[in-house]
Design a protein around this ligand. Structure first.
Ligand SMILES: Nc1ncnc2c1ncn2[C@@H]1O[C@H](COP(=O)(O)OP(=O)(O)OP(=O)(O)O)[C@@H](O)[C@H]1O
Ligand SMILES: [Mg+2]
Length: 236
């Protein structure tokens, strides 16, 4: 279980998160929505120890994330994988090599790596593209590669920060199908997004942040950022 207990994160005087308390159970699929600057990415960064809270406690299962010794942060990051909007693939490595690298770092042998990489490329529908380089892929295929790399080590939790931000609607849905499959095999998925149609159609638990505070937490959520926030983002 993931637990935020009265977590505040200040950057200077400005709270990026303000007294946030929330639990996410193992195996849940949760959307984090809210206007730009609401604190979605900050929430995810606190969970991977890319940032430290100013106040409050964060736990993941039996680990106290905010007081974890620096020497153990790599263990935390094996349990919590992250997928980004901009993929972050290595340009000079093939799809296979990008994914394999995650296992090489864990010291796995070549046979195990080949088996696991092939399995995960199958899952994301890229078995036929494993010898291509990132510049030979569509954006959707790049995001699939990035998801494969993140899940190949078997993290219990997958964080996705705007994973469909660079994708067209159809490709976005393909990525959501993959994230749901990953969730179906028991991985907790937390996804920050501005994609209203995905949130509205999937009706999963949806937590809305505004100015660093949780303003709603709905079991079958809808995307309803208030009108002023939409105007600020240049939407009608
Ligand atoms: N490293 C930083 N230094 C200073 N301020 C920061 C830093 N990171 C985030 N902030 C501030 O914290 C607030 C929350 O930012 P955050 O990136 O979490 O928002 P977000 O909800 O992910 O927005 P978006 O939808 O645009 O990605 C913003 O006001 C932002 O400017
Ligand atoms: Mg963000």
């Amino acid at each position: 279980m993931i637990s935020f207990d009265h977590v505040t994160k200040l950057y200077g005087e400005t709270p990026a998160l303000s007294d946030v308390s929330v639990n996410v159970q193992d195996g849940e699929f949760v959307f984090f929505i809210g206007p730009s600057g609401a604190g979605k990415t900050t929430f995810l960064k606190l969970l991977t120890r890319e940032a430290l809270p100013t106040k409050g406690d964060i736990t993941l299962d039996d680990w106290k994330v905010n007081t974890l010794p620096t020497s153990q942060i790599h263990l935390l990051r094996r349990r919590v994988g992250v997928v980004f909007q901009d993929f972050k693939l290595l340009a000079d490595r093939t799809v296979y090599e990008n994914v394999a690298l995650a296992l090489e770092i864990l010291g796995k042998d070549d046979r195990e790596i080949a088996r696991d990489v092939d399995k995960v490329l199958e899952l994301v529908g890229l078995a036929g593209k494993k010898y291509l380089f990132p510049q030979q892929l569509s954006a959707g295929e790049m995001q699939r590669t990035s998801i494969a790399r993140t899940i190949v080590g078997g993290p219990g939790v997958l964080l996705a920060d705007e994973p469909t931000g660079n994708l067209d609607p159809e490709t976005s849905w393909e990525i959501l199908d993959i994230l749901q499959e990953i969730n179906d095999i028991g991985t907790t998925v937390i996804m920050a997004t501005h994609n209203a149609s995905i949130v509205n159609d999937l009706k999963k638990r949806t937590i809305t942040l505004e100015r660093g505070e949780i303003v709603s937490d709905e079991a079958r959520g809808r995307y309803h950022i208030h009108k002023k926030a939409r105007r600020l983002r240049g939407k009608p």
